[in-house]
Ligand binder design. Structure first.
Ligand code: GP9
Ligand code: MN
Length: 628
């Protein structure tokens, strides 16, 4: 019996040694690579995901005869090794992993292409040594005639390994998509994905995403539909006189605040205000108290995208990563035509959310990122709001006027613990919960924003600028609903209340000398910012899907998940129900309401078409020619 087992092992080793060499080499290289990405955090399950990828490759190789199998595994080793070297090189410059889209966009990145040799290090080539050393091994095999199992047996081995690999890979992918919904389709944090499902898994997901988007993009759009979309885009304007051109020549400062939700505004806990500085500022501004975030899977980047383009975010994934090479008709571009200097300030690395590629597309002249700022004080994902806003304030004073500066804060990012440590807010009763940490975190950010606004005032910038401020998206996931409701004293557990009352973010416009201060109750959202500002700054911004909040009488608002309101009724797509806003009761939809539901759905699809077919490329140039 023992000798039988020994014989079997010997047989496998002698005839299939290439498979073991392959498994050993590619696994070792990959795990070393993943460690170099982040020594402190490597998911304990990453090794299973790595083996899953390798089993799939070995499974496929078994379908070939010996020579073909060896060649196939050699090519796989070569591809993985080249990908590792490319990732390492890219990582040194961008602190991120390479993706299909980043390769496509390499031409847009300027000097990076030239500096590849400078970024390559000698140690990188160690990842390729086996590829050279394996050549004599291959020759040795070519001169031997190893035994080969019959095709039927090989197919069986292929099916077993392939299915096993897929199941293992899928369980890793599933766990990650439960932990962070939308992460895999948006690939917002590529490093993290590779640390969880391995480098091969990450590149596999990236390629899968690109292929599925390309399929969507390649489906031809009928000419009639294209015409219809153009007509809708052009007719979608509320041409109003209110506030028209009043911002002409003024600077525009937009502050997008990380995870700032409306329930935090004007809230007290244990007798203390959570956001005292913002509460004060909104009293001297025009405040919209029925303003909603409308993001899809692209979180922060979707909020940025809507604010600057007034187009809906991608149906899945993040518009910032998928459409960064599209032609857009952004706020920055429109202001540049009026001789504005346009820039973005954000204290994270520049490749996060493909910002380095998207910002030039959106017409920004410059991106002041973590790499360009003093990053010695870190909170959570990047530069602390305190240091970031101080540096931003200093920089603003040096910019050529008029300017548009888009300032994106970061410290109050989930899980809020890092910012929370810097706040003295007493959250007794909520200590240690996400809510408790959030309140402290946003209290820290509020303090820094207070300092920033004071600075703007002291330097005379406030008198010469229009300041817009809003929260990018929710802070509290539905799993923490009961704790949030305990804080705010909410009793109604319906999806409607959760959506309508608790998915709002504050939005304000501050005019010089506190003009036009007050409260506006119109239902509005992130899609509406650009058309509103276009009117204030006298811009020609035809291709937008939102409304001008200062001229529209109707509170039309559509969310990425199909929910919508017209200011009178509210449709909640998660329960497929209509509600009357006055009575807060569910109502039976009329025919007109059901038709409206279809129309809203169609509007979202049109927006997808605009992005998938890069329609603005054609429309914008046509419009430019007509204007000439
Ligand atoms: C990262 C920051 C946070 O730079 O914008 O992104 P989020 O996770 O909120 O999308
Ligand atoms: Mn965010």
């Amino acid at each position: 019996m023992r000798s039988q087992v020994r014989e079997k092992v010997e047989y496998i080793l002698q005839n299939y040694v290439d498979i073991f060499i392959f498994l050993f080499l590619v696994f070792t290289k990959s795990i070393i690579f993943i460690w170099t990405l982040h020594k402190n955090y490597v998911s304990p399950t990453v090794k299973y995901s790595l083996f899953a990828s390798l089993f799939i490759m070995v499974g496929i190789s078994l379908l070939f005869k010996t020579k073909g199998r060896i060649k196939f595994l050699y090519i796989m080793d070569l591809i993985v090794s080249i990908a590792i070297v490319a990732d390492l090189t890219y990582f040194r410059f961008f602190n991120d992993l390479i993706s299909v889209n980043s390769i496509r966009n390499i031409g847009l990145l300027g000097d990076v292409g030239d500096s590849v040799e400078n970024l390559l290090q000698f140690t990188d080539f160690l990842f390729l040594t086996d590829v050279v050393l394996l050549i004599p091994v291959m020759i040795y095999f070519r001169n031997r005639k190893p035994h080969l199992a019959v095709f039927k047996k090989r197919v069986l081995a292929f099916v077993t390994l392939f299915v096993l690999g897929i199941i293992m890979q899928y369980s890793g992918i599933r766990a990650l998509s439960i932990e962070q919904p939308g992460l895999l389709s948006s690939l917002r944090n590529k490093k993290y994905v590779a640390r969880c499902i391995g480098n091969i898994g990450y590149h596999g997901v990236d390629i899968y995403n690109v292929v599925t988007t390309e399929i969507k993009k390649s489906q031809k759009l009928p000419e009639a539909k294209k015409k219809k979309i153009e007509k809708i885009l052009l007719s979608n304007k509320d041409k109003g006189k209110n506030f028209a051109n009043i911002g002409k020549g003024k600077n525009l400062i937009i502050i997008q605040v990380e995870s700032l939700q409306q329930f935090a505004i004007n809230r007290k806990i244990n007798g203390q205000e959570v956001t005292p500085n913002l509460n004060k500022f909104l009293k001297s501004s025009l405040y919209f108290d029925n303003f909603y975030y409308q993001i899809g899977e692209g979180n922060t980047s979707d909020a940025e995208f809507m604010t600057n383009n007034s187009l809906y975010p991608a149906a899945s994934g993040a518009a910032y990563t998928i459409y960064s090479h599209n032609v857009l008709n952004s706020l920055g571009t429109a202001l540049k035509k009026k001789n504005y200097y346009t820039s973005v300030f954000h204290g994270n690395r520049k490749t996060f959310w493909s910002r380095n590629v998207m910002y030039p597309t959106e017409g920004f002249d410059h991106f002041y990122s973590k790499e360009e700022m003093d990053a010695s004080e870190i909170v959570g994902l990047g530069i602390s709001d305190k240091s970031f806003l101080t540096q931003t304030l200093d920089k603003l004073q040096t910019l050529q006027q008029p300017y548009y500066s888009f300032v994106i804060t970061l410290s109050s990012h989930f899980p809020y613990t890092s910012a929370a440590k810097r706040s003295n807010l007493d959250v007794t009763g909520f200590e240690g919960t996400d809510i408790g940490n959030y309140l402290k975190g946003i209290n820290y950010t509020d303090e820094q924003l207070g300092m920033f606004l004071k600075g703007l005032e002291a330097k005379g910038i406030l008198d010469n600028s229009i300041v817009v401020m809003y929260g990018d998206h929710n802070a509290i996931p539905v799993k923490d609903k009961s704790i949030l409701y305990k804080l705010v004293g909410e009793k109604d557990n319906s999806d409607y209340t959760w959506f309508k009352k608790y998915q709002k973010v504050p939005f304000l416009i501050h005019f010089p000398k506190d003009k036009h201060k007050g409260i506006n109750h119109l239902f509005s959202g992130e899609m509406d910012t650009y058309p509103t500002l276009a009117n204030i700054f006298g811009l020609n911004a035809p291709y937008t899907l939102g409304k001008d909040m200062l001229n529209s009488k109707e509170g039309n608002l559509t969310f990425r998940n199909g929910s919508f309101t017209d200011g009178k009724t509210f449709y909640v797509s998660t329960v497929d129900k209509f509600y009357d806003i006055k009575t807060n009761k569910a109502i039976k939809p009329t025919k007109a309401m059901l038709e409206e539901k279809d129309r809203r759905q169609q509007q979202l699809e049109y927006s997808d078409d605009i992005l998938n077919k890069n329609l603005l490329k054609e429309f914008v140039s046509k419009n430019a020619n007509q204007n000439n």
